[in-house]
Ligand binder design. Structure first.
Ligand code: FVH
Length: 292
């Protein structure tokens, strides 16, 4: 029997690596798709896969009520949407931005008669259209708009709605990516330590990955501490012991000819917290030192 389910038509502006992956996922799921890209070649490739190519951004916006933008940055959103008629449009912005930019964009959209949802993509292009890869998108802004398009938005990637404040998706996005960079920084230091030794980086890699996974649940204890205000609750490796151990790490780095520049700032914060807090705490107090 023929599939008669009607899929929501989507307009997509921006066909970079991410935009193209999103387009392919919606096309594969049978959504009528209108696309536009500043450089037309990217759009032409999708025509063969069933996308309708708009000649201008304004034409693409006019084609459908649901308009998704996935562009390089907030300035490019300005450049592309300038001169389009957004009245009565459901605008979903998946462009990475700061929380302040997202809030300003929500207001900007409201002034133009559009409903607004901001998105922060927690995935790289190969994870799009591949639910098993575990990627998802944070959404914030109009809850009604999110609920209306939930199914369509869930086609390329999982969805996690984080609140009416339009800046919250960007804030969650940046928070998680910042933690990721901290993890990459630690891994870079670890690889540097063995770089000149007869140790295969490929042998260290699985040990490193497993260790990071084993340590990751510690974030739940940090959250509990921040909620309760008791930074010593359930701590097994206290701050006094950990600060006492830092010279071992710094001396090892020096002996291995490795710069301590990634590690030292965190150790400095641990020492500062020990000076003003309790040695029985864990590492949660560092959070308070960061907040200005
Ligand atoms: N790719 C990734 O790994 C990350 C994963 C997490 C989320 N990010 C964010 O997604 C947005 C788009 O990223 P992208 O990977 O698609 O980026 P590019 O491949 O560089 O494509 C950029 C598109 O933006 C268009 N564009 C840039 N500047 C302008 C402008 N001034 N006017 C009009 N369009 C502009 C560009 O057009 P063209 O160069 O092909 O003509 C592309 O369509 C981004 O926010 C990531 O942070 C991706």
């Amino acid at each position: 029997a023929q599939n008669t389910v009607e899929r929501t038509p989507v307009t997509l502006l921006g066909l970079g690596a991410m935009g193209t992956a999103l387009a392919r996922a919606w096309l594969a799921a049978g959504h009528p798709l209108t696309v536009w890209n500043r450089t037309p070649a990217a759009a032409s490739a999708l025509a063969a896969e069933g996308a309708r190519i708009a000649d201008t951004a304004a034409e693409a916006v006019a084609a459908n009520a649901l308009v998704v933008v996935c562009l390089l940055d907030d300035d490019s959103v300005d450049a592309v949407l300038e001169g389009t008629d957004l009245a009565d449009t459901d605008l979903v912005n998946l462009t990475t931005s700061t929380p302040a930019q997202a809030r300003a964009r929500a207001e900007w959209a409201r002034e133009r008669g559009a409903r607004y949802l901001d998105g922060g993509i927690m995935a790289v292009p190969p994870m799009i259209g591949a639910p098993e890869a575990g990627g998802y998108v944070f959404y914030s802004g109009s809850r009604g708009l999110f609920e209306r398009h939930r199914q369509t938005l869930a086609v390329p990637s999982g969805t996690t709605y984080v609140g009416e404040d339009a800046g919250f998706a960007a804030l969650h996005d940046v928070a998680l990516l910042s933690a990721m960079y901290g993890m990459f920084a630690g891994a870079a230091h670890a690889f540097a330590l063995i770089r000149k030794e007869d140790i295969d980086p490929a042998a260290l890699a699985p040990l490193l990955a497993d260790w990071l996974v084993a340590m990751a649940p510690a974030v739940h204890q940090t959250a509990d501490h921040l909620r309760s205000g008791d930074y010593a609750q359930g701590v097994v490796s206290n701050l006094a012991m950990q600060v006492a151990g830092t010279p071992t790490f710094l001396t090892t780095a020096e002996q291995q000819g490795v710069s301590p520049e990634l590690l030292s700032p965190y150790f400095d914060l641990m020492s500062r917290r020990l000076a003003v807090g309790s040695g029985e705490e864990g590492l949660t107090g560092v959070v308070d030192l960061l907040v200005r």
